[in-house]
Design a protein. Structure first.
Length: 210
């Protein structure tokens, strides 16, 4: 990346501006920020919208959704206005920021399970329960009926790719989002991170997943 004002706008799409300082977070050893992860989530959604016959139907919440949900359902009640009925989707993806660590959760409508992926191999049953409770409230609010969750399960892929440093969690989270949006197993590892940082950078600058 050539030197220049760090606030210089490089890409603008999906109501998100990507500036130089955002792209710099994709340099080796850096933590990804909200803008990069949110933009990447929009690219995942755009791919489905462009080729709905090829990819599962997917919705991706932004990185602020989970924090607002923790404050109560009323704070996110209107967040599915553009999605219409999320229960018609295969996967509803939620990137989660745990203060200093990125993880990914998926409300897998298709298989009736709440998935949780953490590159540090942590577990978070509270997160999974909160998302299942969200689905119950969303169903009651939008469909005016109770959601039967008796056959829903909590799921963590095994094995889950794990990071071997303190800074790649955002890249792992982007890959969790991308692989699960296609319903694919998680076939990447720490050794892929340098390449994946470069690929994410290119995809963002070209506004298209490779």
């Amino acid at each position: 990346m050539a030197p220049g004002p760090e606030r210089e706008k490089l890409v603008s799409a999906f109501n998100v501006d990507i500036c130089k300082h955002d792209i710099w977070t994709l340099k080796p050893g850096c933590w990804l920020n909200d803008e990069i992860i949110n933009f990447y989530g929009e690219l995942i959604r755009k791919r489905y919208l462009d080729q709905p016959d090829k990819y599962p139907k997917v919705w991706v919440f932004n990185t602020f959704f989970y924090g607002r949900l923790q404050q109560g359902y009323s704070n996110v009640r209107r967040w599915t206005k553009k999605a219409n009925d999320i229960f018609t989707y295969d996967y509803v993806i939620v990137p989660v920021h745990l203060g200093n660590h990125w993880v990914c959760a998926v409300m897998n409508i298709k298989d009736k399970r709440i998935e949780y992926m953490d590159s540090l191999l942590g577990r978070n049953p509270q997160c999974q329960k909160l998302l299942l409770d969200y689905l119950k409230q969303e169903c009651l609010d939008k469909r005016k009926q109770e959601l039967d969750t008796s056959d829903w399960t909590m799921y963590t892929p095994k094995p889950t790719p794990n990071q071997e440093n303190s800074f790649d969690c955002g890249v792992f989270t982007c890959m969790f989002m991308e692989f699960r949006s296609r319903g694919q197993d998680l076939t990447f590892s720490q050794s892929d991170m340098p390449y994946l940082r470069q690929r994410i950078c290119l995809e963002i600058l070209e506004t298209k997943l490779l």
